[in-house]
Write a protein that binds this ligand. Structure first.
Ligand SMILES: NC(=O)c1ccc[n+]([C@@H]2O[C@H](COP(=O)([O-])OP(=O)(O)OC[C@H]3O[C@@H](n4cnc5c(N)ncnc54)[C@H](OP(=O)(O)O)[C@@H]3O)[C@@H](O)[C@H]2O)c1
Length: 375
């Protein structure tokens, strides 16, 4: 679909007042495919004008047409949602499960940021720069649940998103990986507003984020894995012949006093298949630099020109300097060097609220439009 040849699809935003919800509004307010139609949040906000109840934290103003829009309760029967062709969700996980299911049962299409359905065997877990092919399980999801139209697509945990893009580039060029060790330095916006108290995070590093390590370790294999031939089952990174095993992933996650942008230090070991010579550092850098993905081939509006920006300077990437590259829709990679324990190590950086959340959901929906899954 080109921006000129079809009318815009009406969209709803659940959790519209939150950190991710605000990015949805900022990006969608000028989107060529989508037009914001309904906003949902908790009963604390419902019934009031968006501009009055939202603690807006972005450095562009609230779009004029959104300021006076009345926030609804997150119910599929609330005003506006029934007409939406897509509903984006930035809901907290403690409420997302039931609410998103109610929307799906009402034959609405949900693109969710919450963790609730990421492990569901019927729901694709999609990082748009890596595995949009997983959208092909949607027919099976609808058929299994007896739904004509409704389905749920999830995107990944924000740190997982930054990690799997360079890992996908390595696998594409050099075959399956064996082991990945990752230590993250995660921004405070990753836990929503108001997030970690200032007295805990300023002048400090907090070496624990509840549930985060498990998400990175599990989600990586679903994203980098495939689907069976019938498009009914994920293989959690077993190849078609079921010969190769999942990647061993070990994650340590920390919270640091950065506002936006999750950095990760990554070490990777290639799988030693038939004693094939391992790639050189120059070959690895080339694979990052030249990595191309389906979102770019489809030329969807949110696809970055470069999925991976490879930095040559020895002190990059840095969150403050690099998180805005390509509107926060790419992953920055730098310090690519030999690892004395594994094979290669590098630093990667992702904007946790854009590619790590809202931009991924939106790009997934753009791809679904291009694939004819949303009409
Ligand atoms: N922040 C990130 O970097 C990031 C990255 C990836 C994924 N995520 C995921 O995205 C989701 C949202 O995160 P966030 O950081 O945006 O959180 P947040 O800033 O705390 O916002 C939460 C949103 O959920 C709404 N909400 C809370 N309780 C509700 C209820 N009972 N019924 C309906 N709505 C309710 C809030 O509305 P009120 O304003 O009315 O309370 C608010 O709009 C979470 O699942 C999170 O794990 C976040």
């Amino acid at each position: 679909m080109s921006s000129s040849d079809k009318k815009q699809i009406k969209v709803g935003i659940l959790g519209a007042t939150g950190t991710v919800g605000q990015r949805f509004i900022q990006i969608l307010s000028t989107h060529p495919y989508f037009k914001i139609h309904a906003l949902g949040a908790s009963s604390r906000s419902a019934g009031q004008e968006y501009g009055k109840v939202t603690k807006w934290k972005l450095n562009t103003p609230i779009p004029e047409e959104i300021k006076t829009k009345v926030v609804q309760e997150c119910k599929p029967t609330a005003e506006g949602f029934a007409e939406c062709g897509v509903v984006f969700s930035g809901l907290d996980h403690d409420v997302a499960g039931d609410i998103e299911e109610a929307f799906r049962q009402s034959n609405l299409i949900i693109f969710s940021n919450a963790k609730n359905y990421r492990r569901d065997p019927l729901c694709p877990l999609i990082v748009p720069l890596v595995n949009p092919s997983h959208l092909s399980i949607i027919e099976h999801q609808k058929k299994t649940l007896g739904l004509e139209k409704g389905f749920i697509v999830t995107n990944a945990n924000c740190s997982t998103t930054g990690l799997v893009v360079p890992l996908a580039a390595l696998e594409k060029s050099f075959g399956q990986l064996e082991t990945v060790m990752v230590t993250t330095l995660q921004a405070i916006s990753g836990s929503g507003y108001p997030g970690v108290p200032s007295l805990d995070i300023l002048d400090n590093v907090v070496p624990f984020i509840s549930g985060e390590e498990e998400k990175i370790e599990w989600e990586t294999n679903k994203i980098l894995g495939g689907l069976n031939e019938e498009k009914t089952e994920f293989d959690l990174h077993l190849n078609e012949k079921k010969k190769l095993k999942s990647i061993n992933v070990s994650a340590t996650t920390t919270r640091v006093p950065v506002i936006d942008g999750h950095t990760a230090s990554v070490s990777v070991k290639f799988r030693n298949i038939n004693n094939i010579k391992k790639p050189t550092i120059e070959e690895i850098k080339k694979s990052f630099k030249e990595f191309k993905c389906e979102a770019q081939d489809l030329n969807v509006p949110s696809a970055p020109k470069h999925a991976i920006v490879l930095h040559d300077l020895p002190d990059r990437p840095q969150p403050r300097l690099d998180r805005d590259l390509h509107n926060g829709a790419c992953v920055s990679v730098g310090r690519v060097r030999p690892c004395p324990v594994f094979d290669v190590k590098f630093i990667c950086l992702v904007d946790n609220v854009r590619l790590g959340a809202a931009t991924s959901s939106i790009m997934n929906a753009e791809i679904a439009v291009e694939k004819g899954l949303i009409v």
